[in-house]
Design a protein around this ligand. Structure first.
Ligand code: GLA
Length: 387
């Protein structure tokens, strides 16, 4: 039976220009990113959207009130770029904002929502990231997201709606009803360990607010940036180690965040590529039921700090994805008692563990499993119930 997945069923996967390039974007860069998606295996791994973030337009609308593409950066226009991206079997994303201006000061869609949605549809856009800067104070953000959602759903083209209000104004409580397919729950990520840790910890208690058709977006990935942003804000502390990028990717995968690559994928960076293409982690992220992950604090409970924890995601086929995370600065044993996952000894079941980073079977365990995990590192297993 063929089945066309409805928009937003699973967390979106793609690449976004902002983290590395900010304002310095052009059509060649976007084409190159699309080429790399195909030649380097990203498309085949499930990455789909090529997204142009802020700074693609001129500073003023035209006489009809339409947004105008910057002709120096994008001389062939957006329709041609969309055709190029579609020709590679990929999808095309763009960016606007609820306010009068975007965060970088270009025109926003306030009071132009339906007009802009129509223009995006005409250009062949498949994804819209919608930011929160310059929102008129008297307007409710909730209402403005409802507006653009309705405009997109009625523009004559399927466009995935990616809301981006940084977790403000209690967004968890109202965003799903607005019609958005994903929503940013965090402040802007930065290419350093402290930022990754802060964003992940901030969402651990909010995992019931994610799921199919409205995914909690913890922000774009910094994997592979190695301090290479042209913005001091994003890259100021000089990047992360590959172990830290591996942990970042594991957290985002288990927690069900969209996976939007933010590095310069034109560069040959085998270690970063291997992280981003890990099929076992991607399978966990893209699991059909899209359940949030729950946290288990390791034993003994009186000796815990918030930096050491396990995350368990219940998968559609009955397996458990289990992450042992050590965000602290020294190695730790992290002990899982199986009954904390709902598996008492009396059930007669054991767990057969598969290592999702080493891609090998680890054996069958009964009652308890306690790996030692290095500083800033993680250990991710897919556990199958066996008798
Ligand atoms: C905000 C968003 C970022 C990016 C910039 C663009 O800060 O949170 O992800 O889109 O705006 O100006």
């Amino acid at each position: 039976m063929s089945f066309n997945a409805p928009l937003g069923l699973k967390p979106a996967m793609g690449w976004n220009s902002w983290n590395t390039f900010t304002w310095d974007i052009n059509e060649q860069l976007i084409r190159d990113a699309a080429d790399r998606f195909v030649s380097d295996g990203y498309r085949d791994a499930g990455y789909e959207y090529i997204v142009i973030d802020d700074c693609w337009s001129l500073r003023d609308r035209d006489e009809q009130g339409n947004l105008v593409v910057d002709p120096e950066k994008f001389p062939s226009g957006m329709r041609a770029l969309a055709d190029y991206i579609h020709g590679k079997g990929l999808k095309f994303g763009m960016y606007s904002c609820v306010g009068t201006h975007t965060c970088a000061g270009h025109p926003g869609s306030f009071e132009h929502e339906f007009q802009d949605a129509a223009l995006f549809a005409e250009w062949g856009v498949d994804f819209l990231k919608y930011d929160y800067c310059f929102k008129p104070r008297h307007m409710s953000g909730e209402l403005l997201y409802k507006r653009m959602s309705l405009a997109l759903k009625n523009c004559g083209r399927e466009i995935l709606f990616s809301a981006c209000n940084w977790g403000e104004d209690g967004v968890y409580e109202w965003i799903r009803e607005s019609g958005a397919h994903m929503y940013r729950s965090t402040e802007d990520i930065r290419d350093n360990w402290e930022s990754i840790k802060k964003l992940a910890l901030s969402q651990l208690g909010k995992q019931s607010y994610t799921g199919s058709f409205c995914h909690n977006d913890m922000d774009m990935l910094v994997v592979g940036m190695y301090g290479g942003s042209n913005s001091d804000f994003i890259g100021s502390i000089g990047g992360c180690s590959d172990i830290e990028y591996k942990t970042h990717f594991s957290l985002w995968s288990l927690m069900g965040s969209p996976l939007m690559i933010g590095c310069d994928i034109r560069k040959d960076q085998p270690a970063a590529r291997e992280i981003l293409l890990n099929p076992d982690l991607i399978a966990i992220n893209q699991d059909l039921e899209s359940r949030g992950a729950y946290r288990i604090k390791p034993e003994p409970q009186w000796f815990h700090d918030d930096d050491v924890f396990m995350l368990v995601k219940v998968l559609t086929d009955g397996d458990l994805a289990i992450g042992f995370f050590n965000l602290s600065d020294s190695a730790r044993e992290i002990s899982l008692q199986f009954w904390d996952t709902g598996l008492p000894y009396a059930s007669g079941f054991s767990l057969s563990m598969y290592d999702c980073w080493e891609h090998r079977e680890l054996g069958v365990f009964r009652e308890r499993y306690a790996p030692t995990v290095g500083a800033h590192d993680c250990h991710i297993v897919r556990a199958k119930l066996v008798r």
